[in-house]
Write a protein that binds this ligand. Structure first.
Ligand code: KG4
Ligand code: ZN
Length: 346
């Protein structure tokens, strides 16, 4: 209790996210209010290589992590001594990149003598929805679609998840990035294809939809990616002019159709009434439009985070850390990076 103001002090979560190519630190109050969410992106550094170079990512995180935390404290107007606990992404992700955040978080937790909370990046993506939508409560179905993951999750409670299905090969975002690369578009390809597709005809080319049978919650995008590459290569060999906008729109439609069908059928099977999108691909305009329209038609509540909370950020990690702290799910100072960490599957 704060004697001067006679008010309960807020629970302040500081979180660090360094799993891939964004160095991010955030402070949130009482689990759902974002005070600062600083994201330093490395996209321009990796763009010239056409994708993330792990060793460069680690080095950039080392350079950026302290300035990003400092800026976060400044923007939130919070002193380090006021922090209640520290959350950090410890997997899945690039091992060298993860280690930078984990080391920084451990040093802070030890020095400040506050609890440390290791957070699963995928769970963090789902929890971005709690920040974006104050009325959202479990249970619901979450579709996590990012550069590294495509997973359908039954979120039964704040600390209870069941993985319903995931990709057997490429993630949805990875397919966007690889197809964009072949089309000569810069990294990351998802937003580029999204933009280009607006000028194309999604019905122009019929690309395959793998594992599309009812009741199958697994995904596969590598066949679709190969079909697009074959289409482009064979058109080039025949000297035909390719309409890039049509290719982008048709490819995007194949991804969006599969994601929508499977997510809606999971909602029906599990008998919940709420569906949320999470991860970088959740920013896709066609995906959002189709989810919005179909959920409205079926009377399902649909939530998705705004673009800042869709892509990698530490606020979502802080939100997940807060709910772990409420359940006493802390880590010790032996916390290590786990590059292939799986969702907490109960
Ligand atoms: O969640 P995120 O920032 O990082 C990972 O955890 O992977 O997601 C990045 C992925 C990239 O593959 C990027 O191309 C994709 O999200 N992405 C999009 C869009 N914006 C980002 N994909 C399709 N449409 C978009 N508008
Ligand atoms: Zn991510």
């Amino acid at each position: 209790m704060d004697i001067e103001t006679n008010k309960e002090k807020p629970c302040l979560t500081l979180a660090i996210e360094t799993s891939c190519d964004e160095t991010s630190a955030a402070i949130i109050a009482d689990g759902r209010t974002v005070l600062a969410n600083i994201i330093s992106t490395q996209i321009p550094v990796h763009q010239k290589f056409g994708g993330v170079v792990p060793e460069i990512a680690s080095r950039k995180h080392i350079e950026n992590v302290i300035p990003v935390i400092d800026e976060c404290l400044k923007q939130a107007n919070v002193k380090l001594t006021e922090i209640s606990h520290i959350g950090v992404t410890y997997g899945p992700g690039l091992v060298g990149a993860l280690l930078v955040g984990v080391a920084a978080a451990k040093a802070l937790a030890y020095t400040l003598d506050v609890p440390l909370i290791g957070v699963n990046h995928l769970e963090g993506h789902i929890f971005a929805n709690f920040l974006a939508n104050p009325d959202l409560e479990p249970p619901f179905i979450a579709l996590v679609v990012s550069g590294g993951h495509t997973s359908l999750v039954h979120v039964k409670g704040y600390n209870e998840f069941q993985l319903l299905g995931q990709t057997r090969d490429d993630a949805a975002g990875e397919a966007f990035d690889k197809v964009a690369r072949v089309m000569g578009l810069p990294y990351p390809g998802g937003p580029q294809i999204d933009k280009l597709a607006l000028q194309g005809n999604p019905e122009a080319i019929v690309f395959p939809k793998a594992l599309n049978e009812k009741g199958n919650f697994e995904f596969s995008f590598s066949g679709l990616k190969s079909a697009v590459l074959n289409y482009i290569n064979s058109a080039k060999q025949k000297g035909e002019v390719i309409n890039n906008a049509d290719v982008a729109a048709s490819f995007q439609k194949a991804v969006v159709d599969v994601l929508t069908d499977k997510a809606l059928s999971a909602v029906k099977k599990i008998k919940v009434n709420t569906l949320v999108l999470a991860g970088g691909v959740a920013a896709n305009s066609a995906l959002n439009a189709k989810f919005t329209a179909n959920c409205e038609k079926e009377g399902i509540k649909f939530y998705h985070p705004n673009i800042i909370l869709c892509t990698d950020n530490a606020a979502m990690i802080a939100c997940r850390a807060y709910y772990q702290s409420r359940a006493g799910l802390y880590s010790d100072l032996y916390l290590n990076a786990v590059p292939s960490l799986k969702l907490t599957n109960l």
